[in-house]
Design a protein around this ligand. Sequence first.
Ligand code: ADP
Ligand code: G6P
Length: 483
Amino acid sequence: MKKLHIVSNRLPFSIVSEEDKFLLKPSVGGLATGMKSVYKDFEGRWIGWPGVATESYTADQFKEIQEMLSAEGCETVPLSSSEVHTFYEGFCNRTIWPLFHYFNQYVDYSTEFWQSYVEVNQKFADRTLEVVEEGDFVWVHDYQLMLVPGMIKAKRPDITIGFFLHIPFPSYEIFRMLPWRNELLEGLLGADLIGFHTYDYERHFLSSVRRLFGYEISFNQIHIGERIVLADAFPMGIDYDKFSNSAIKTISKPLQEKSPLHQELEKYFLVSPDRKLILSIDRLDYSKGIPHRLRAFEYFLEKYPEYGTKVTLVMLAVPSRNSVPEYQKLKREVDELVGRINGMYGSVNYSPVWYFYRSMPFENLVELYSMSDVALLTPVRDGMNLVAKEYVASRTNQTGVMIISEMTGVVKEMGEALVINPNHEGEVADAIKQALEMPVDEQRSRMSVMQKRLKRYDVFKWAEQFVSSLKRINQIQSEFLAK
Ligand code: ADP
Ligand code: G6P
């Protein structure tokens, strides 16, 4: 039987060492959390990096790690600490990530990083080639592995390859700045189907292909000699029922069975029932606009002092890529801003910002989603933003207001949210006020429309549509050749 294998840098589980033992911990980030819900249906393997460098374990421990991951359907691609430095922290997260998120000033065009990217992509391709059997399908994910489709296709043209980009594809004027732009596109074009979260990203990609290679493009089909490559938009969904069912469960539990976090939150509301919570959840990443959010919240407290002591911003940030200097700088900036706001507007009984710098178990995430009156998500650039969808799915009584940045992919599916430009502090501050004062009927009517939409197109539908398009490719290709 033909199988479908997944290839991504980040596996659904990352290895962490605790007291001389290695444990599997669920990985954070849209790719891992989204694909984790669907991959077991594919009857293939998930090929990826376990999240720690080879120097952190012995040969025997590596065997143990491989076995643990294998039991979860995963195959490991080990990376040395030097590869982690030049490939993962280097080309992936100091070249492509900032460039594709329009942070030109952060981009490092190091040839050493690029060479490592080529070598490590070849490693992933070789490992995949060991796993695939004749006629199988391979689904490669994200910006860390853009050369892998071309590398696999060169050796095994019989394998049908899909690629999905989880981050924005930037406009040609940005993309052209990359010295290795042609090589990246060639790598991607080894795939038969290339998916993006939005039509805009697809359009940017097609425009780069047209300008750099001059291939004929009709609608979304790229003609490369006898081959056809398809580009299309597939906005990624979430495991909607998992969030909404868990929210129902958490709300209906008796107080003594609730988690310590839930009990603390309930106490907060007991002190004064008209208190409100504003929530934000992200990886600590400069693309997420966390300082923008804090400054806008500070401005809100200044402009609308009547809200002082009545509103708390619960800000959950999960540590991410903390060996990259820009992430360290961001951490310092956020620490400072939180300190400044709490120092300025806080009192013995009130902290305007509750800041958690850690990852949280799923149960706590859902508690926060279901107890917060407003979600405030202000990325300056974001491929999708699944957190926004998770908040909506967890609002089982249909109250709550979403404030979302217009620079995200998700905004296209959230016309009923309050849409803001994160660079406009005044607009964000006013949106916070509007959200806090929105009548319950209006909250419900906005929320219910978004819920219907997200429930209908959940992560299972997303994967099903991508995979069925991938399976139709061979037919499209033969029809093209028969013409
Ligand atoms: P990105 O993929 O850029 O990290 P998304 O919003 O698309 O952004 O996806 C983030 C995923 O990581 C979500 O599924 C979210 O639930 C999860 N996540 C984010 N922050 C935390 C945290 N502090 N603890 C646990 N999970 C988190
Ligand atoms: C984003 C990227 C993913 C990545 C995730 C977490 O969602 O699109 O590919 O896995 O961030 O980042 P990390 O560097 O920890 O894998």
